[in-house]
Design a protein around this ligand. Structure first.
Ligand code: PFF
Length: 435
């Protein structure tokens, strides 16, 4: 299947370009609103600790597994599953879960991306609401009135599609490099500033003062569940990015670097948000509302707040764009690999379809769709990846790709995790329905 396309497949220009693009996918809105409200509502440091463990034991091995599948086949999720399973229908269907998850997730992710761009515009014009009640009312009206969002949503979607339409090197890699480097610099600056705020101490102790009694099964499930969304696993993104890899690359190293960047960004973002929120005696548990309801009035009354708000929303927009790019790439490359359509046709075709579908979320609450697509479907996709690598791909192939011996203890550990521990944990997660 798709032999000729595999043959001419684009490749990343450099190792760091690939690492930044993958980190750009992982670092996104999830690091800001999802991570901070999960920490806020689930015991602070207890959640952080379980999350770190989950990234290490489940996230990193799964990321390596996704990269391996992409590199092994030189194909994206559905075609890769087809090739490895010998064209078995069940596996093709499982691969399609990733494409569906990406399609649906991007629909609402781009709507939130539109809100971010809209708030960036408001910050630039110095028009942020000055008190919580106004902020709350303004957000409620904005987020349920399509006419108010349409310009921002269209702009966000257009930027994302334009980047993807330019291809792997001239689009995805180039813009990730620019946006991610700017993002990391601005976030570091903002985190240093946050440390000077009166609420910094409270923020640090909230995030790092560990209380073992707060680790409950629920906290564990939520922390494990967040791993997939945050590291962009289960949707086939890292399979697609892995399929553009040149021969020589150490995947475990790359996966660890990407995961460490993602975790550090989440912690720094938490530090920034909690420091500001605690400085005003508030509590960071308002979910999606943190960025759009809790923070704007605080920015409006802080010294230099207009600047801070502008930087904050610019960072958020950059992070959202690089993630949305990776999600669109899954759908676009699926059409290219399976249906042999050109990049232009596949990108603009899928972007327009997703855009039209996403309009639903300019008028409706995203909680349910986030739970289904960003929760269930990603976990199902991740389960399929672990089972494929743990049970279908021969260990000797994995060893060859990782340039090591089949008896190497680290490879054995990786194999064990994908064969047993990860699938069992994921089934537990699916049965519990906690996302
Ligand atoms: N990892 C990104 C974030 O944390 O915002 C977004 C994301 C990408 C979520 C891909 C889900 C997904 F399938």
């Amino acid at each position: 299947m798709a032999k000729s396309i595999t043959h001419n497949r684009e490749q990343w220009q450099s190792k760091w370009g690939f690492i930044l693009a993958s980190a750009g996918s992982a670092v996104g809105l999830g690091n800001f609103w999802r991570f901070s409200y999960l920490v806020g509502m689930n015991g602070g440091a207890a959640f952080v600790l379980v999350y770190l463990a989950s990234v290490l034991v489940i996230g990193v091995p799964l990321m390596i597994a996704e990269f391996l599948l992409g590199k092994l086949t030189g194909l994206s999720i559905v075609s890769a599953f087809r090739k490895i399973s010998g064209n078995r229908k069940l596996w093709v269907a499982l691969g399609l879960i990733g494409v569906v998850a990406s399609f649906v997730t991007l629909g609402y992710y781009a709507v939130i991306g539109g809100w971010v761009v809209g708030y960036l515009g408001q910050s630039l014009s110095g028009n942020l609401p000055r008190d919580p009640a106004t902020a709350d009312a303004a957000f409620r009206i904005f987020s349920t009135t399509p006419a108010l969002q349409i310009v921002w949503y269209t702009l966000f979607s257009w930027i994302v599609a334009t980047i993807v339409s330019r291809g792997v090197r001239a689009g995805i890699e180039k813009y990730n490099r620019i946006l991610m480097l700017m993002f990391l610099m601005l976030l570091t600056g903002m985190a240093i500033y946050a440390l000077t705020l009166p609420g910094a101490r409270e923020a640090l102790s909230f995030m790092f003062k560990f209380d073992a009694s707060k680790i409950t099964p629920l906290v564990t499930l939520l922390a494990v569940g967040h791993t997939f969304f945050s590291l962009s696993l289960g949707a086939g993104i890292m399979i697609a990015y892995g399929s553009y890899l040149p021969k020589k690359i150490t995947l475990p190293f790359a996966s660890i670097v990407i995961s460490v960047i993602d975790v550090i960004v989440a912690l720094l973002a938490g530090l920034v948000i909690f420091s500001i929120v605690f400085s005003f005696g508030l509590f960071p548990d308002s979910g999606t509302g943190i960025a759009f309801v809790t923070l704007p009035p605080l920015f409006a009354v802080m010294p230099g707040g207009t600047w801070l708000a502008t930087i904050f929303f610019f960072m958020l927009a950059a992070a959202a764009i690089t993630s949305a790019v990776s999600i669109l790439e899954v759908v676009a490359v699926y059409l290219m690999d399976e249906w042999k359509v050109s990049r232009q046709v596949s990108t603009w075709g899928s972007a327009i379809a997703i855009y039209l579908f996403g309009l639903i979320w300019t008028a409706n609450d995203i909680t349910l769709v986030d739970k289904i697509a960003g929760g269930y479907l990603l976990v199902l996709g991740a389960l399929a990846v672990a089972l494929l690598v743990g049970w279908v791909v021969p260990l000797s192939n994995l060893a060859k790709l990782l340039q090591t011996k089949a008896t190497h203890p680290v490879l054995r550990g990786f194999y064990f995790l994908n064969r047993y521990l990860i699938p069992i944990t994921l089934v537990w997660l699916l049965l519990s329905g906690t996302f």
